[in-house]
Design a protein around this ligand. Structure first.
Ligand SMILES: [Zn+2]
Length: 115
């Protein structure tokens, strides 16, 4: 195990925000599937539009999964959702167990101590 490098709250926040945004992009894309197909089915050339919509959706899905898989943990520098070839999209870092909202929790504690 490597030692966790000390990082500031801002660095932690920026890094985790990137991880969160990539997660959101993937979930929104999955949710967009049905509305996208409804729109495609409503088009004049429905068969062709469904095929085009599906191909575009799959390509975006591959990009979204790759971006999510390659998102780095701001604390340990490893891929947040990856261990070797294993992809696990949960809310904790695979390597150092950092929670996806650790920056928000730290900020809340920080305000409590000050106030
Ligand atoms: Zn980590």
């Amino acid at each position: 195990m490597d030692s966790h490098t000390d990082i500031t709250l801002d660095e932690l926040h920026t890094g985790l925000r990137t991880v969160r945004m990539r997660r959101w992009f993937l979930w929104l894309l999955i949710l967009a599937y049905v509305p996208l197909m409804m729109i495609a089915l409503g088009a004049n050339d429905a068969k062709r539009m469904v095929v085009i919509a599906f191909v575009v959706w799959v390509l975006l899905l591959i990009i979204a999964v790759a971006m999510m898989a390659l998102a780095r943990c701001p604390r340990c520098g490893h891929c947040f959702h990856m261990s070797g070839y294993l992809f696990r999209p949960v809310r904790r870092c695979f390597e150092c167990d950092l929670h996806i909202t650790a920056d928000k929790q730290l900020r809340k504690n920080d305000l409590k101590h000050r106030g």
